[in-house]
Design a protein around this ligand. Structure first.
Ligand SMILES: *Cc1c(COP(=O)(O)O)cnc(C)c1O
Length: 379
């Protein structure tokens, strides 16, 4: 269906940070499928794990036990830290957030069901997560949307506090707004939100679908603020391209669900879980958060030095370059033609989120392509 604009390029193969199109042309991929292939394309360890699981057991449904998903849940619980938690596996980020929203409603009980989220946020495309997404223009064509969502300005604690009424049960936030243009909140914001949620008895749901799993230079974005959320949602990088989502909640919150409250046919099945198990093991072995922090510093510094770049923002390898002229779409198109995949995340900003294993040489090559493209655009 025509839900995306016509595609300029058709990719047929990838390896690490490199993609090839159907004409054999080579590209450097600095989008990684929107922060998904954090361990690079065709990662051999993940590929072997998928193949091995495909020969062993793909699916039996959640009416029976399997062994791989529980291992992934235990690893996520350890990496998230804090009080012991429990995990529900889904197939996407939107589904992980749906789980978090349903869990919050069940935990809050009747009359406490409103979820506060931020303008500029992105939480998914299902009807409920679309309403949670704080972009009113995206809502219009699909009204009426499920009731129970209100939006406040991002990185504005006073606005959030003023919006807390007795029917509010949870606050849902990204630690950096990815789709919203790579917006990093004030350093004190998440700490303040945590305190507010404690004072008012609200759940703090952190949407780490894009920021999670090393992308920002820590395992999770919330760790930059030194806080502990009640619920964490994940997806994108968890399967390195195999669809999987996860909703983690600390145990007392997770236990608001009883058998029958939520479910999924495919979520957590052995194939996706085997990919996630291999992803997490490789991420730990290679210490990808540290690598993302180092590579991010090199990329941010290089971007900041390019003519035509007014400012660089972001964390780790989730970066945006604000251009001096609002021409991000044209610059991204020219970069693509020159063999570099980047995303025009707003009218005036380019988003960069390459594989966390991107090399220094690849970063330098991307910067040089971009320098040429920007210089030609200015002529
Ligand atoms: C991509 C994204 C989603 C939606 O994930 P899907 O897998 O496309 O459903 C939700 N939240 C955030 C922060 C995202 O970046």
């Amino acid at each position: 269906m025509p839900t995306y604009p016509p595609q300029a390029v058709t990719f047929v193969r990838g390896e690490g940070t490199v993609l090839w199109d159907d004409h054999g042309k080579r590209y450097l991929d600095f989008l990684a499928g929107i922060g998904v292939t954090s361990l690079g394309h065709a990662n051999p360890v993940v590929a072997d794990a998928i193949a091995e699981q495909a020969r062993t057991l793909l699916h039996v449904s959640n009416l029976y036990g399997t062994t791989v998903g529980p291992e992934v849940a235990a690893t996520l619980d350890r990496l998230i830290g804090g009080p012991a938690g429990k995990v529900f596996f889904a197939n996407s980020g939107a589904e992980a957030n749906e789980c978090a929203i349903k869990l919050a409603r069940k935990w809050g009980g009747r009359g406490r069901h409103v979820v506060l989220s931020a303008y500029g946020s992105f939480h998914g495309r299902t009807l409920a997560t679309l309403h949670a997404t704080g972009q009113p223009a995206k809502h219009e064509a699909f009204q009426p949307l499920p009731e129970g969502f209100r939006h406040v300005a991002y990185s504005d604690l006073a606005a959030l506090e003023a919006a807390v009424t007795p029917d509010v049960v949870a606050v849902l936030l990204e630690t950096v707004q990815g789709e919203g243009g790579v917006q990093v909140p004030d350093p004190s914001y998440l700490v303040g939100v945590r305190r507010l949620c404690d004072e008012r008895g609200l759940l703090f749901i952190v949407d780490e679908v894009q920021t999670g799993l090393g992308r920002t230079g820590r395992w999770f974005g919330f760790q930059h603020a030194g806080i502990q959320p009640d619920v964490v949602t994940l997806a994108k990088a968890l399967g390195n391209g195999v669809p999987i989502g996860a909703c983690w909640a600390r145990a007392e919150v997770a236990d608001a669900f009883v058998a029958g409250d939520h479910g999924t046919t495919l979520g957590g099945q052995p194939l996706a879980a085997a990919a996630a198990r291999a992803v997490l093991a490789e991420m730990e072995r290679l210490d990808v958060p540290t690598r993302a922090a180092e590579a991010g510093e090199r990329l941010a510094k290089g971007l900041g030095a390019l003519p035509g770049v007014a400012a660089v923002r972001g964390q780790g390898l989730l970066l945006a370059a604000e251009l001096e002229t609002p021409s991000a779409k044209d610059v991204a198109s020219a970069a693509l033609a020159a063999g570099l995949v980047v995303n025009p995340v707003t009218g005036s900003a380019l988003r960069f989120e390459p594989s966390l294993l991107v090399t220094d040489d690849e970063i330098d090559e991307a910067l040089s392509i971009l320098a040429t493209v920007l210089a030609e655009g200015a002529r």
